[in-house]
Design a protein around this ligand. Structure first.
Ligand SMILES: Nc1nc2c(ncn2[C@@H]2O[C@@H]3COP(=O)(O)O[C@H]4[C@@H](O)[C@H](n5cnc6c(=O)[nH]c(N)nc65)O[C@@H]4COP(=O)(O)O[C@H]3[C@H]2O)c(=O)[nH]1
Length: 639
């Protein structure tokens, strides 16, 4: 319709004939302006259309249920669960649940929110038409909370991908955590291993340090640490103008303990001794073990009086017997004392002084302490001078051998000679072997020197043979250092072979002391020498302490009766008895005898009477130069 102003509007027209029998009677029209209603309807239709569009094209599945059956659902819902368009209409919602239990549970879960007008919201595993599970998020609400029979609307979203992504993230996180944990563990293991290694290294270093500085048997400082500490103490003494005492202590006859009771007992004894020494000294003092039974003590700030006091204390402590296993051992020490600065300015000199003093203590009967003295100093100086001169003696041909005749008493014939070493030094003059042999022994020169003696003696034997003086037996002295040298038998064998002489012409003299030091080893060496055809004689017999049982085992063929018994033979009945005893014992053991140092006819008469086989001494001849001895031999041959 059009209004007067031309504006169109909707209206409702109701017209009726006033009298249907008489249409000409006119009609009646009711015009109702419905423009507003029409507009509202159009708005509603538009809304409906829009909603339908949303419904149809929503990305989520939407379903209306009534009595849990589908009244309407959109395409997305059907696609979500794999149904054809319209296929779900009228179907029970059970269709998209995995099982009855899940379906019923969902019904129970949404009842309370529905009736309270709230939305039910949750995630659940639902089923597609083909039975495959699909993870969904659902939101639902009752259409009319006060009347649940009007049904409900459900909005359903497939969240499988999200869930998978979440699961993947979770798994990645778990894997990452596991990896981190594993790495952390590996790291802590590595750290632990490193720490262990460092600890081990520290322990090893400490052990090396301890090995380098401490004696493993007693735990006392060793020579190295002693030197360090002594030098520190000396430095302080020097700065403060104090004295310092350095002591050497050595057990008398310790070797016997080792030899007779074994090293184990010896070791325990040394450990106990170390403890006693330690307990006797003050904190700043150092007790060290140099090896064997040699101990050194450094007493800072100590004068001679203090040192004497300590030495007395140590002697007293060592006098107490040591109990080792079932043995009660008595020992005695010899102590040498050197005082800084009088007896030495540095550690080495002080050690040397204390060492000399200790040897003096031993020489003076052991179990004693001795201070280093000026006289010892002179001796040490002399020893040093000799040592230096001796080093050149061989190459400068200052050595020669003298030969002292050995006479067979029955026939009065010279049967051999003892070769005695002589040293003529241009400045020092003629030095006695009793003085230079110990020096040569202490500095090792005795080995080349002893070898030279044997070469020279064998060369001489050979020469005398060549000169037609017949086979002459020559005895050479062996030093204990030579005797202990492992290659001695081979060396002598080789020398004898080179000289081309009968080995029986070379007689080797060993002292009783040498043989008894290590009897078992001595027996082996002697046997070795004996096997090679060399003759062995026991020198200075009677001065040592040979056990008869050993004597039987030593392959010696001759005993040389020491000149100390011969000297007073005519006056001293005891010496006579001793010599008689030696001769009769030797005879019964099948050994020959030779008396040394025979100077008088009286001595000779007694020896003859006692049945001594041979003699040597000034009575028959002093040690002679080789040509003089050869002349003696020649005279004997012609005479
Ligand atoms: N009072 C007195 N003495 C007599 C008499 N007859 C000989 N003597 C001396 O007594 C020593 C005997 O030698 P020894 O006991 O083997 O004692 C030797 C020996 O132990 C050692 N010696 C000498 N030459 C050598 C050697 O070549 N090598 C080794 N290792 N030691 C040697 O030096 C020691 C001393 O030798 P020497 O001074 O030559 O002294 C020699 C000899 O000269 C005598 O009637 N009266």
């Amino acid at each position: 319709m059009r209004r007067r102003g031309g504006q169109l509007f909707w209206c409702s027209l109701t017209g009726r004939l006033i009298d249907p029998a008489h249409p000409e009677a006119g009609s009646i029209w009711i015009v109702d302006d419905i423009d507003d209603r029409k507009r509202a309807e159009a708005g509603l239709a538009q809304l409906m259309l829009e909603q339908q569009l949303i419904f149809d094209h929503a990305m989520v599945g939407i379903v209306f249920l009534k009595d849990r059956r589908v009244t309407r659902c959109n395409r997305a819902f059907e696609q979500l669960f794999g149904y054809a368009p319209g296929e779900l209409n009228g179907l029970s919602s059970r269709s998209w649940y995995l099982d009855d239990e899940g379906w019923e549970q969902a019904g129970r879960d949404c009842y309370a929110p529905f009736s309270e007008g709230r939305a039910f919201q949750g995630e659940m595993m639902l089923a597609r038409k083909d039975g495959s599970p699909v993870h969904c998020e659902v939101r639902s609400k009752a259409i009319e909370p006060s009347d649940l029979s009007q049904g409900s609307i459900w909005i359903t979203m497939d969240i499988s991908a999200r869930k998978q992504a979440e699961a993947a993230v979770l798994q990645a996180k778990a894997e990452l955590e596991a990896l981190v944990q594993e790495r952390t563990q590996q790291l802590s293991q590595t750290v632990q291993a490193l720490e262990d290694k460092i600890r081990e290294q520290h322990a090893a270093e400490a052990r090396i340090q301890s090995l380098a500085h401490f004696d493993s048997l007693t735990g006392l400082p060793n020579r190295l640490l002693l030197k360090e500490r002594a030098e520190q103490a000396l430095e302080i003494a020097r700065r403060q103008g104090h004295q310092l005492a350095l002591m050497f202590l050595d057990l008398d006859h310790f070797k016997r303990v080792n030899d007779s009771l074994g090293h184990r007992v010896g070791d325990v004894l040394l450990r106990q001794l170390a403890q006693r020494l330690r307990s006797a000294l003050r904190e700043p003092d150092t007790v060290a073990r140099l090896g064997g039974d040699e101990f050194v003590m450094v007493l800072p700030d100590t004068d001679a009086q203090g040192a004497a006091h300590v030495a007395r204390k140590l002697l007293g402590l060592c006098a107490e017997p040591f109990v080792v296993e079932q043995h009660e051992l008595s020992t005695s020490p010899s102590i040498g004392i050197a005082i800084f600065p009088e007896d030495g300015q540095d550690f080495d000199t002080l050690c040397a002084s204390a060492d000399v003093a200790m040897y003096r203590a031993k020489r003076d009967g052991r179990n004693a302490a001795r201070f280093f003295t000026a006289e010892m100093q002179a001796q040490t100086l002399r020893a040093l001078t000799l040592e230096n001169a001796l080093r050149r003696a061989l190459e400068r041909e200052q050595l020669h051998l003298c030969y002292q005749p050995q006479v067979e008493l029955e026939r009065g014939l010279i049967t051999g000679a003892e070769a005695l070493l002589r040293w003529e030094h241009p400045e020092l003059g003629s030095v006695s072997p009793t003085e230079f042999i110990p020096v040569a022994e202490s500095c090792g020169l005795i080995l080349p020197m002893g070898e030279w003696v044997i070469r020279e003696a064998t060369r001489q034997i050979r020469q005398w043979m060549a000169q037609g003086l017949g086979p002459v037996k020559v005895a050479v002295n062996l030093s204990s250092v030579q005797f202990r040298h492992l290659e001695l038998p081979q060396l002598i064998d080789q020398i004898v072979k080179q000289a081309g002489i009968d080995p029986a012409l070379l007689e080797l003299e060993l002292t009783e002391g040498m043989a008894m030091l290590e009897p078992q080893r001595a027996i082996e060496t002697m046997r070795e020498l004996h096997r090679r055809g060399l003759q062995l004689a026991m020198d200075d017999f009677g001065t040592g302490y040979s056990s008869l049982s050993y004597l039987k085992k030593f392959p010696v063929y001759k005993l040389k009766i020491d000149q100390s018994f011969v000297r007073d033979l005519t006056e001293d009945p005891e010496d006579r008895a001793i010599v008689a005893a030696i001769i009769s014992m030797a005879t019964s053991l099948g050994l020959q005898t030779l008396a040394e140092g025979v100077e008088t006819q009286g001595q000779l008469d007694i020896l003859r009477q006692q049945g001594c086989r041979e003699a040597q001494g000034w009575l028959f001849g002093r040690p002679l130069r080789a040509p003089d001895f050869a002349a003696l031999l020649a005279a004997q041959r012609t005479g």
